[in-house]
Design a protein around this ligand. Structure first.
Ligand code: PBG
Length: 329
């Protein structure tokens, strides 16, 4: 029998494969998370994130220039707050001269073309490691979003381009948008962590910021009263639609790889750009397997990053951003 259809014809050469390629990943897709700590001239390695460091402010200018030179358009900032500045109200989060606010100014003056995105949530500032104010063992939604509105404004005043609320309180996007609009920051964007799951993949990140959640007695707690249940899909659509209605410019799915189905569902149902966050535990898994010689690190990394694009993400927050950009050229 004559075969009229042969799919392999489109795979015969690199040139042909390039022409028919449906998706691409480039350095322009990446957001690079940066961890910042107090002190000087120090790069503290993060145990479960091999190759990632907490940098002191004085090293940020060079780091920002290096990231921009690699063609990466954005960084996402996280700060490690000294214990003595932590409380249950997030007071230090509003300090115009706090670590985050100084880091924003440092990076914007060193590499003005680099978009500075900032984590807006109380956990690094909280004695309980929670993303909100805790009363009688419960995370208080409405009191928390008041602080988040002011915190977002404070980042905008320091020069942040995009605020990234990662707290999962209800109504926070509207609060932050309102405080930006009324104070003249209408061009400051909001990238909302809208479908953020209560995930065990965040372990290495919490170690990096010393922000693992505990109750009043110091006993480990999870974040399942505000982050989403891994079992749910429709809830992700509800959360995301609500954030869009409240004024989010970009929405996010987090973690990444185990939630590609969520990225795909959103991509078919909404018309707002989607970011995906390949989180700390995903990065740690690949590093560990590669260290054992069980996986080819670079090939698997690029395959994973491409998978995010194929699923429908416009941008990827990933600890691999610098390494992948070097490989992609
Ligand atoms: C906290 C926040 C977390 C991450 C980003 N922002 C952790 C958490 O919710 O406990 C996780 C990122 C990662 O694991 O790489 N608001």
């Amino acid at each position: 029998m004559i075969q009229f259809k042969r799919n392999r014809r489109l795979r015969v050469s690199p040139a042909m494969r390039h022409l028919v390629q449906e998706n691409q990943v480039t350095p322009k897709d990446f957001i690079y998370p940066l961890f910042i700590e107090e002190g000087s001239q120090s790069r503290t390695p993060i145990g479960a994130l091999p190759g990632q460091f907490r940098l002191t402010l004085d090293l940020l200018a060079d780091e920002a220039k290096e990231i921009a030179a690699l063609g990466i358009p954005a960084v996402l900032l996280f700060v490690k707050v000294p214990d003595e500045l932590k409380d249950n109200q997030g007071k230090e989060a509003l300090n115009p001269n706090g670590l985050m606010q100084r880091a924003i100014r440092e990076i914007k003056s060193a590499a003005p073309e680099l978009l500075v995105m900032t984590d807006v949530a109380l956990d690094p500032y909280s004695i309980y490691g929670h993303d909100g104010i805790v009363e009688q063992g419960q995370v208080q939604n409405d009191a928390t979003i008041e602080v988040l509105g002011q915190m977002g404004l404070s980042h905008a005043q320091a020069g942040a381009d995009v605020l990234a609320p990662s707290d999962m309180m209800d109504g926070r996007i509207a609060k932050i948008r309102q405080s930006l609009e009324t104070q003249g920051y209408s061009d400051t964007g909001i990238m909302s962590y809208s479908a953020k799951y209560a995930s065990a993949y965040y372990g290495p990140f919490r170690e990096a910021l010393d922000s693992a959640p505990v109750d009043e007695k110091g006993i480990p707690k999870d974040k399942s009263t505000y982050q989403m249940d891994s079992a749910n899909v429709k809830e992700a659509l509800r959360e995301t639609q609500m954030d869009i209605d409240e004024g989010a410019d970009i929405v996010m799915v987090k973690p990444g790889m185990p939630y590609l189905d969520i990225v795909r569902s959103l991509a078919t149902q909404i018309h707002t750009p989607i970011a995906v966050y390949q989180v700390s535990g995903e990065y740690a898994m690949l590093k560990a397997a590669a260290e054992k010689g069980w996986l080819n690190h670079d090939e698997v990394m690029l395959e994973q990053l491409l998978a995010f694009k194929r699923a429908g993400a416009s941008m990827i927050a990933t600890y691999h951003a610098k390494d992948a950009s070097r490989l992609l050229g």
